[in-house]
Design a protein. Structure first.
Lengths: 232, 233, 357, 233, 357
């Protein structure tokens, strides 16, 4: 079988490695994945990167490629969803009901709110949107510590640098150093979506089969194990 | 060149970058000089280990360096906690942390340059100074230091340039807080992460280049002046 | 002022094991190239820590390996004129000159600076960088730098080697004054017998790291066999005398040495002053009868004490002239013609101008 | 130390890193030497610009450098397309591209070290060689080159170390393809991006440190051997 | 073999404007420290490109600013012994020595190498690093390096300054042979009149960048006033003679110069060979009557030609001895005592051993 090359957002590594192992086992097909920032991957595809399939961490970079006709439009779909949660380092921190009027500033005290960089990192963008929707943004806008990735934000919380952080549920679940104290209402932010598509340049005859596999129930458990929501 | 007009936030990033780079460069100078001296002249057990340690920030991916800084110098880190309590020096989420990250990243470059110059110094001149009554410290100040000026300048240039371009360790260690830790490099990085951010990234990149070039030319002038005086006799 | 040096050291295949003492004044280190002179001077300076030995200056133990004493270089305050100039390339000539002076404190006045600068003829170089100096200029600045550091002891490693005779003739009297007035002990490495004869009270002959001979300059310089570094043409004898009187009209000085009276070119020393004269064997002529109508002013009656073996057609004749030992080099042909043998009474003829330096 | 056992993929990354770092170091050597020579000795219009250009990879955030490389040396980039067609040298998404990225990132470090050494060379020795009949090229080979060996070694060390730690430009330029462009540093970065990756990151980091330390000690031994022969005479 | 040099150049405040020519052999550059000797040699070597001037060797235009010709240093093949040794620190002594030899091609045989190494006494140093050499050893290796490069012209800037007399006495005959056998022109900077007198055919006296006097060594060295760099004690006259015969028993050589016959220490030259003798004024004694029973073997009758003004109690008497000019330095007292004036017939007395170098 032909090799299938996946360009995928770095946060998908654990889940996708497992899916790929399963795909290899079942089809004896060859698959390789390159994990990096969605931005870098999109630009590489633009410059002729050897990707057959692109899985972005947000819609923006998929849209970017779609506009340039670099993906096969009919192959595009939303693969995964995620939830945004509030985490705390303190084991004794109580649950927080995330809603409009929450005294987030009070919770933070003189600490900072760790999250992905609000302009660039997808989780940061979602987080900012949610806070704005809930009217909490003005209160914490200058208290935010924008990290280079969700993982870094999580680290800031687990190291006690920041009392609270906004991260994906998938990340929070896997880190015993932090406690999930609240989940953002699903309607408070644009849906967190990991879109998938076959690139326009893809020549691998197995790309479509792989795409089908990833979207099939056979792959779903691996994503769910990492805390992702598998979208239909 | 309206396109080049900087927003207030961008101006802040420029000022911050210059401050961070300058502070990083200057504050690492004494320790780098000491380390270079020890590596060039010292003979002791564990010298290889020290040498390795100095090169660490180069060998490790910047993100890892940032993690390590966070672990050590963060609010809860052993050194960070100590400094915060006893010296009142706080790094986390402060521009000082950005400067620390840049200083650490530039450290191996600074040490190597200085070490190279120290190793090239003719020890016989130091001997001559000693016969004239100069103590080791005085010899260092009046003979060694002027003679290694090219290495010091080179080290400072590399450290400054590195600080201008550093974002991996910085953003990991102290995040990306506009006006506090968002240096030009971090701002550029941020731009590259959003579709359509290319123009902004380009603009900031040009600014960064212009600033660095100015610093570079200044350094060359200084180095040339120093060299003119130390043509080997 | 006394200096005692004892050193044992090994570098590579070279081994030095030398000891000498001097009671102040100038001690000349004499020896062939590679014999260990610079090594020994480096040990005295403290730049080289010897495997064993000691250095005692005026009862002050500067270093003693047995007692584990080692005064660091900069506390010794031994001025050192290196064989190569070793000027500081990043400083001007002026700054080089005052480098040690400044450290020595206010000990040296500005007039001292002016005096040394003038004597060395480096006044017009003060603002220049050492890299633009000529070889001799560099050596002069190095000399000035050491002199101005107010040293307790001066170590000079061939300080005048790169200088022309005229310049040497200006500097030597200064060194003589330094020796006589300040009584700073000087260890002086030189290949020039003329310089050594003029300056040194003691001569230490080094050969392959060992002291081959050491003692009064008068004694050592009269035994050329001891000094392989000395070309044969430089052999001679050193005699001591007292200034008797000056003949101002003819610019001559009469010197009494034992029972002899010697006429030498005018010397600036008061009557009664001790004077050392080195009389090269090649400058001494012998006559069996007292010659008449010759220009040489010194005709000293004496007796042959011994004759050295002939070498390349010439031999050295040792004379006793009124209590002074003189050496005359003559050809074997002359010896045969004049029938010279120990005990023969002869006249030693020495030109006055040959005694000028 | 079962924990340290490396998976096949990790072994691949180790081998790849060593290859990339070595190739990056060696292939940039000639150009770096030439550039250092020109900067140290040349007097020409535009020297400042060249100097600035050399420092660029240091001044720019690695992501930007990677992006510039992608634009220039990518399959569709002007240089990349030319080289692929006429020389058969393809960088995009190949290990050669990773080596190129590392070479570019290490270039300023290499040039600075060499330049420092070249500037410290006593030109009088070159003059002496000329009077003995040595042509400029021969002088360079037999006098200058041996005398600047410390600078060359230092430059190589810095370049190698930098190549071991480089991931920003690499991952941006040639992505993160296991067995092809996934160097240790890139692999470490990948681990840091996922939950539970810390152990893996730590393991790879230790491997990277061990490898680099070995290279470092080797370089020190070489440098010491060179220095022993060139004590200033 | 002829060399023509003309150079105008300015460095800092120093200005050189000098020209001289020589018809091969050794040309000595003589001058005080800082007078521009090294600068001139650097210009000849091509290390310094002068503002103007030209260098022509044997009709071959090496450099000519007017015609914009400038042969690069390495194509000149001018061996250069620098004032400082400038050994390659990264090479062993052996590699230093053969550096130029290798480039010169197979021109030099291994026996040449052995010969030079032996003559310089550096055989035991071959595998050492230059940094471990003594000053004199370094200078000898530098000398060997230049000699072995098979140069068309040798530039030597005080090559023997750091050497002891014994070593010099070994090297000088080698240089003489080089001069006589290979006919390589040599430009020789030295402060030593003895060296210059012995080696040089021509002397160029430089003062403050200008040629103050230039010409036959015999002429220039007899006019000490022209050579301020020469101490007065080195004044003298150079006379030319032919080897007449050898007295092997007494190791003497008879040299005919004009109408005079001089006995000098044995010289290794066949009868008929030309020989130059420098007779220092201080070594010449005058007598109004022919002295008897003296050891000096040379008693030359002559006439006083002129007397220089007295200086510090002594004066130089110029004699004509059978067609040779001689200079004798005597005290004013002797002049008065002997009543010497131009025209006075006198005998010049010169010791044979004084003519030994
Ligand atoms: N770059 C320079 N700037 C100013 N003056 C210089 C420079 N280089 C040389 N000089 C001067 O030129 C003069 C001639 O120097 P040079 O080295 O030729 O002298 P020299 O005759 O060889 O003397 P020495 O016998 O001491 O070696 C010296 O007075 C020196 O100070
Ligand atoms: N590191 C070393 N290894 C081996 N031999 C050495 C070393 N250093 C010095 N020597 C040798 O020691 C001897 C003494 O050197 P030193 O410099 O003391 O001689 P010197 O008497 O000053 O000679 P010169 O008159 O030539 O300056 C020399 O033969 C030299 O080669
Ligand atoms: Mg010596
Ligand atoms: Mg000179």
């Amino acid at each position: 079988a032909e090799r299938v090359t996946i360009f995928a957002a770095a946060s998908l590594k654990n889940a996708l490695d497992a899916v790929n192992a399963e795909w290899k086992r079942q089809t004896e097909g060859d698959v390789t994945a390159s994990y990096a920032a969605s931005s870098a991957l999109a630009k590489q595809i633009e410059q002729g990167g050897p990707a057959d399939i692109f899985i972005s961490a947000d819609l923006a970079w998929m849209d970017y490629l779609a506009e340039k006709n670099l993906i096969k439009a009919d192959s595009r779909s939303n693969l995964l969803g995620n939830r945004l949660v509030l985490v705390s380092a303190k084991a004794d921190a109580g649950p927080v009901d995330i809603k409009a009027g929450l005294d987030l500033a009070g919770l933070l005290g003189d600490g900072r709110l760790a999250m992905g960089a609000v302009d660039s990192v997808p989780a940061g963008k979602y987080g900012k949107a949610a806070l704005e929707k809930l009217g909490l943004w003005p209160m914490v806008a200058d208290r935010v510590a924008g990290s280079e990735s969700v993982r870094a934000a999580l680290l800031l919380v687990s190291r006690g640098e920041a009392p609270y952080g906004i991260v994906y549920q998938t990340d929070a679940a896997a880190d015993s150093g932090v406690k999930m104290v609240g989940t953002f209402p699903e309607d408070s932010h644009p849906p967190i979506i990991y879109p998938i598509a076959i690139t326009a340049d893809s020549a691998s005859p197995d790309a479509a089969a792989y795409l089908d596999f990833v979207r099939s129930p056979k792959a779903a458990p691996f994503f769910e194990a990492q805390g992702f929501t598998v979208l239909k | 060149m309206d396109w080049m007009a900087l927003s207030e936030a961008e101006w802040t990033a420029v000022r911050l970058s210059l401050r961070v780079a300058t502070v990083a460069m200057l504050s690492s100078l004494p320790l780098a000089l000491l380390t270079a001296m020890v590596l060039a002249r010292g003979r002791f057990w564990g010298k290889s280990a020290l040498n390795g340690l100095v090169h660490m920030p180069l060998i490790l991916p910047p993100v890892v360096t940032g993690f390590v800084l966070l672990l050590l110098f963060g609010r809860r880190g052993p050194i960070g906690a100590f400094l915060a309590e006893h010296v009142g020096l706080v790094f986390s989420f402060r521009w000082t942390g950005a400067a620390l990250a840049c200083a650490v990243m530039g450290f191996p470059l600074m040490v190597r340059s200085m070490r190279l110059s120290i190793e090239a110094v003719d020890r016989k001149l130091e001997d001559a100074a000693a016969t004239l009554g100069a103590s080791p410290a005085w010899i260092f100040l009046t003979v060694t230091l002027p003679l290694i000026l090219p290495g010091i300048v080179a080290g400072m240039v590399l450290s400054f340039a590195k600080a201008m371009g550093e974002f991996g360790a910085t953003i990991t260690f102290v995040s990306n807080i506009p006006g506090e830790t968002q240096t030009l490099a971090v701002a550029i990085y941020t731009f590259t992460q959003v579709p359509g951010g290319d123009a902004g990234a380009m603009r900031l990149t040009i600014i960064s280049i212009v600033l660095s070039m100015a610093a570079l030319i200044l350094s060359e002038i200084l180095a040339a002046a120093a060299a003119r005086r130390t043509v080997s006799a | 002022m006394s200096l005692e040096v004892e050193a044992r050291h090994r570098i590579g295949n070279f081994r030095i094991d030398a000891a000498f003492r001097s009671n102040g004044g100038v001690t000349a280190l004499f020896g062939r190239s590679g014999s260990g002179k610079t090594t020994l001077v480096n040990i005295i300076a403290g730049l080289l820590r010897p495997d064993g030995g000691r250095i005692i200056l005026d009862g002050d133990v500067i270093a003693d390996s047995a007692r584990n004493i080692f005064t660091p270089v900069h506390r010794r305050r031994f001025g050192y004129v290196f064989q190569e100039a070793r000027l500081f390339p990043h400083l001007t000539v002026r700054s080089n000159l005052v480098y040690g002076r400044w450290l020595a404190g206010a000990g040296k006045s500005a007039s001292e600076f002016t005096k040394v600068v003038e004597m060395l003829g480096v006044g017009h170089l003060l603002d220049r960088s050492p890299s633009t100096l000529s070889g001799g200029e560099r050596q002069r600045v190095a000399l000035g730098r050491a002199l101005l550091a107010a040293p307790r002891l001066l170590l000079m490693d061939e300080p005048l080697a790169a200088l022309d005779e005229a310049r040497k003739a200006e500097i030597l009297p200064y060194l003589e004054r330094l020796r006589d007035e300040t009584r700073i002990p000087i260890v002086y490495v030189s290949h020039s017998v003329a310089e050594v004869a003029r300056l040194a009270e003691r001569v230490v002959v080094i050969d392959d790291g060992r002291v081959q001979a050491s003692g009064e300059a008068a004694v050592i310089l009269s035994r050329p066999t001891d000094t392989p570094a000395m070309a044969r043409r430089e052999a001679g004898a050193l005699i001591e005398g007292l200034v008797e009187l000056h003949d101002e009209a003819h610019k001559l000085t009469l010197v009494r040495a034992g029972e002899c009276l010697l006429r030498v070119p005018h010397v600036a020393a008061a009557p009664g002053h001790r004077l050392r004269l080195y009389i090269a064997a090649r400058d001494v002529m012998l006559a069996t009868t007292r010659p008449q109508g010759i220009s040489a002013l010194n005709v000293l009656p004496g007796t042959i004490v011994g004759l050295s073996p002939a070498h390349e057609g010439s031999l050295d004749v040792r004379l006793d002239c009124g209590g002074n030992t003189l050496v005359a080099r003559i050809t074997t042909l002359s010896r045969e013609a004049l029938g010279l043998r120990p005990g023969t009474p002869v006249h030693a003829i020495i030109k006055t101008v040959a005694l000028d330096y």
